[in-house]
Design a protein around this ligand. Structure first.
Ligand code: FES
Ligand code: FE
Length: 439
């Protein structure tokens, strides 16, 4: 009863203070504990959440351990290549079944009392035995009732998502107009994850980094100006030219482009694979891309960093980021580096170098961003900003009309400086929290 009253109070406060359409967001939402609790009960229960890339599950019995909101889950591949997702919680007393980050197995044996669950074929997720079973449970155990709790799973272009929603919209519908762009970014070639994901903690709420990747190309000229000072880019305005895309659904992206006359920056060795997998409009856009950032609502970001020169060659990489909530003002960052499986050696080697220098736990860009998010969060936790008096300005591009002739779907704006998709992010977030029907 207390929880219901608290949720109603939080919903009313948000309804009264958050106004995405006018670009007014109160600062307390960044790290408010009551808001966070409601997010766990809504966004992280009913949205599609990224859990793995298919290349992390190479064979039957492969599994990785991930989180959905604050729930630990096992993402497992069965014999039939189907990926399934289970709550990583033994049905006996709730111990974590899989304590390692990843592996390949044909069963999970609970470390506490030894209940054992199948990890392959028809027994995937089923209780297959318990120690001293005939003595301890002479009447037998109800295998159906003790099956691991299972989430619904959807896969798009190798990205595995799961949801706890009872009757979710299918994943393709959830992605909506974003799918066209996602197909271009992660579907342009067969991608594979390089190594294991890096993980580190940042003292910020999950929304700040998510909205940054959704809609904030504007910070790059200031926060990341070191790239020009170190001679990695020609100037600081690499985040300006291109398109800002609001595909709806709280998703968003920015596509940086260069002059068509320069030709494609991507490796010519992969031209045939790109052409086979993309439609002509996507292919024409790929040939002009110099960077792309975006976010699948709520917390999966994707990134093609701005091309830079390493060892005399122009190179970029492909990254996925998960902003895993660990509290109202804490995220665990999960960072994956991916590469085209059929790419030439030079592209793979330089891409890895680029990743470790610029992004990831040791990356220069990440250190810039983290410092900002951490300080914003400390401000959001202070007394004045926890009140409703401090509003933030999300009005950039409010009066700008989208392009009429862009070949891709969604509302697409000329130039990357806009906060349209950021406003959309907060509209979708608010709808989840208030239990509203989402278009
Ligand atoms: Fe798993 Fe007891 S908690 S067997
Ligand atoms: Fe940044």
């Amino acid at each position: 009863m207390t929880r219901v009253l608290t949720q109603d109070r939080v919903r009313a406060r948000l309804r009264d203070t958050v106004d995405p359409e006018r670009g007014r967001i109160p600062m307390f939402v960044y790290s408010d504990p009551d808001v966070y609790e409601l997010e766990l009960q809504t966004v992280f229960r009913d949205a599609w959440l990224f859990v793995a890339h298919v290349s992390e599950l190479p064979e039957a019995g492969s599994f990785v351990v991930r989180d959905m909101g604050e729930e630990s889950v096992i993402v497992a591949r069965g014999d039939d290549e189907t990926v399934r997702v289970f709550l990583n919680s033994c049905r006996h007393r709730g111990m974590r079944l899989a304590c390692e980050d990843f592996g390949t197995t044909n069963r999970w044996r609970c470390p506490y009392h030894g209940f054992t669950y199948g990890s392959k074929g028809e027994f995937l997720g089923t209780l297959i035995g318990a120690p001293y079973e005939r003595i301890a449970y002479p009447g037998g155990l109800d295998r159906d009732a003790l099956h691991l709790i299972e989430a619904k799973v959807g896969v798009h272009q190798g990205l595995v998502f799961a949801t706890w929603a009872k009757e979710p919209e299918d994943l393709r519908g959830y992605l909506g107009d974003l799918a066209w762009y996602l197909d271009l970014v992660v579907g342009r070639a067969e991608l594979e994850v390089v190594g294991v994901p890096q993980k580190w903690m940042v003292p910020t709420g999950w929304k700040l980094p998510s909205e940054n990747f959704t809609a904030d190309a504007y910070h790059t000229a200031t926060a990341h100006s070191f790239t020009a000072r170190l001679g990695l880019t020609k100037g600081v305005d690499f985040g300006r030219d291109g398109y800002h895309v609001d595909p709806g659904g709280g998703h968003g992206l920015g596509i940086g482009v260069h002059d068509e006359a320069e030709g494609s920056y991507f490796p010519p060795e992969l031209a045939d694979e790109y052409a086979a997998r993309l439609d002509p409009d996507q292919l024409a856009l790929l040939k002009r891309i110099k960077n792309t950032h975006g976010n699948v609502f709520p917390n999966l970001s994707f990134l093609i960093p701005n091309f830079i020169e390493i060892d005399g060659r122009r190179v970029t990489g492909m990254m996925l980021r998960l902003w895993q909530p660990c509290g109202p003002d804490k995220v665990q960052v999960w960072s994956w580096h991916l590469v085209e499986k059929n790419a030439p050696r030079w592209w793979k080697d330089l891409g890895r170098k680029m990743y470790t220098q610029t992004f990831g736990a040791s990356g220069m860009f990440d250190q810039d961003d983290t410092e900002n998010w951490e300080a914003q969060t400390r401000n959001a936790n202070a007394a004045l900003t926890r009140s409703e008096e401090v509003y933030l300005h999300y009005e950039m591009g409010l009066d700008i009309e989208p392009l009429k002739d862009f070949p891709g779907p969604g509302a697409v704006y000329d130039g990357k400086f806009s906060e349209a998709a950021g406003r959309s992010f907060y509209r979708t977030w608010l709808d989840h929290l208030s239990g509203a029907e989402r278009a």
